[in-house]
Design a binder for this molecule. Structure first.
Ligand code: NAG
Ligand code: NAG
Ligand code: NAG
Ligand code: NAG
Ligand code: NAG
Length: 459
């Protein structure tokens, strides 16, 4: 590569600034519950949830001069779904433009407010629109974007900010075919190959990667003992995890949640309105957890391991001893993964705030020049001592106290049976959720539900 002279660098920077060439698109952080991008369809603005767990674009409302394909579409998520006509319009996300992008237009209602929607960024085998209108016409936005210019690298990156972080003030960003200059070293991180599902399961393909052996380090600094429940996994000592920007609360097995939270003083497993079954624990519990991928450590920010109930639109939450408690963010699975799961965990927003993530679609993109398999790169953006100081400032009123010792785990759990339990209690949790909604947090509950959106095709 040619070396830059000082002058040419200055000239280039001026040109780049004038043309706005590096133009990451800032995301809006809705209270750490969901992250939205502003897009345009034929010049009209929409606010869309950024969702790597689904592959279709829909918006609620109207788009002038959109082309009607005459076809009807339906997208199903783990919770809920949407239906409407499939249309085409010119798409714009910051400086990223795709002419004639297909999308579904939804009739606005309380659950799907006018001007909002979901932008699915997941693998196209999960697209419902392409079931009805095959590619290339029906292809998801990213696929069309990469396809229309084969010299653009086939990747996008996502950075999620933390609400009320005392030291890092950004809301989040998304880039396509380029990286955030301040985190350019993500390109030097190990490439984590995306686990491909066999063809007969490809409808369920998500952005899955493998955790290292002993790759989940618990609050006592020891690896949490785990075993994969994915039947097609070759090595059961490595968990298959999905990275999903559309999930507010990461989903884990009951025994992983127990190992993370169960040993803290005052921790209890309860049903929380609008959230479902999860642990609650005193808000001063500093939960330190680290994930390991390809030998690299990714420490979680303790502020993301538990959530203040007010952030969930709830009043105070107390445990049975009457102690004010926070809600655990790594939640035992709140939905049924089916008889033959393809993943062990969903690492949603509470995980993703501690890392900067690059998703490279490689040869997922048909007929692209890229012949390598799809992969991800993760850059840790959480420095443990700074994160600890943030926790002390926010949760401990600035006073660093010696933590209470962890109690020894009394329970041993197996993964089997977790979901039955979750399922039987879900109806109950939903009923409480509904009554809370009536007293005025409808939007928050709706946000959580929408943010849980993910594809599960019914066969
Ligand atoms: C978009 O589709 C319309 C109708 O099919 C066509 O006339 C137009 O040329 C297309 N525009 C682009 C940029 O492909
Ligand atoms: C294609 O992408 C490359 C790299 O992102 C860019 O330099 C080039 O201008 C693009 N070409 C067109 C026609 O958009
Ligand atoms: C995007 O966010 C960055 C970091 O917070 C900020 O410096 C920049 O001004 C924002 N850009 C826009 C267009 O809001
Ligand atoms: C969590 O980790 C930080 C940084 O290593 C450390 O200062 C703090 O004491 C740890 N907290 C607990 C409860 O282990
Ligand atoms: C708790 O665990 C530690 C180390 O794992 C062990 O030394 C200790 O005896 C245990 N205490 C109880 C009460 O079981």
């Amino acid at each position: 590569m040619a070396m830059w002279t000082a002058t040419s660098l200055v000239v280039w920077s001026a040109v780049a600034a004038a043309l706005d060439i590096r133009a990451p698109l800032n995301l809006t952080n809705a209270g750490d519950l969901s992250y939205y991008a502003n897009i345009e369809l034929n010049g009209k603005d929409f606010r869309v949830l950024v969702d790597t767990g689904s592959a279709d674009l829909w918006v609620a409302g109207s788009v002038a001069d959109s082309i009607d394909t005459g076809l009807q579409g339906e997208v199903k998520y783990a919770v809920g779904g949407v239906k409407g006509p499939i249309k085409m319009a010119n798409f714009r996300l910051g400086t990223y433009i795709v002419p004639n992008q297909t999308f579904m237009l939804i009739e606005p209602d309380d659950q799907h407010p006018e001007g909002q929607g979901i932008l699915g960024l997941g693998p196209s085998t999960g697209s419902f629109i392409t079931d009805t209108l095959p590619s290339p016409t029906g292809s998801p936005m990213l696929y069309r974007y990469f396809h229309q210019n084969l010299t653009t690298p086939n990747y996008f990156t996502v950075l999620l900010g933390r609400d009320r972080d005392p030291t890092d003030d950004f809301s989040g960003a998304i880039t396509i075919g380029e990286v955030l200059p301040e985190h350019a070293d993500i390109l030097d991180q190990p490439r984590l190959e995306i686990v491909r599902l066999p063809q007969h399961r490809e409808d369920d393909q998500h952005l899955n990667i493998l955790l290292d052996v002993d790759g989940l380090i618990g609050p006592d600094n020891l690896p949490i003992r785990v075993s994969s429940v994915v039947p097609i996994a070759e090595d059961k000592s490595r968990l298959t995890v999905v990275l999903d920007t559309g999930f507010t609360l990461p989903q884990v097995s009951r025994n992983v949640a127990e190992a993370i939270y169960g040993r803290f003083h005052g921790a209890e497993y309860v049903s929380v309105a609008g959230v479902g079954n999860t642990y609650i624990l005193p808000c001063d519990s500093e939960v330190n957890v680290t994930f390991r991928f390809a030998g690299h450590a990714y420490p979680m920010h303790p502020l993301d391991m538990t959530m203040d109930p007010s952030a969930l639109g709830l009043g105070s939450v107390q445990n049975s001893k009457g102690e004010l408690s926070c809600v655990a963010t790594f939640q035992p699975f709140s939905y049924d993964r089916g008889a033959s799961p393809t993943y062990d965990m969903v690492l949603g927003m509470a995980f993703l705030r501690s890392v900067y993530t690059l998703f490279d679609y490689g040869d997922f993109i048909p007929s692209s020049d890229e012949k390598y398999p799809p992969y991800m790169q993760l850059l840790s953006i959480t420095e443990p001592s700074e994160a600890h100081a943030d926790f002390v400032a926010i949760r401990l009123g600035g006073i660093d106290v010696t933590p209470r010792p962890l109690t020894n785990s009394t329970k041993t759990r197996t993964d089997s049976g977790d979901e039955d339990e979750a399922k039987s209690k879900r109806t109950h949790a939903a009923a409480i959720g509904a009554s809370v909604a009536v007293i005025g947090v409808l939007l928050i509950v709706a946000a959580l539900m929408v943010a849980r959106a993910r594809r599960r095709k019914l066969r």
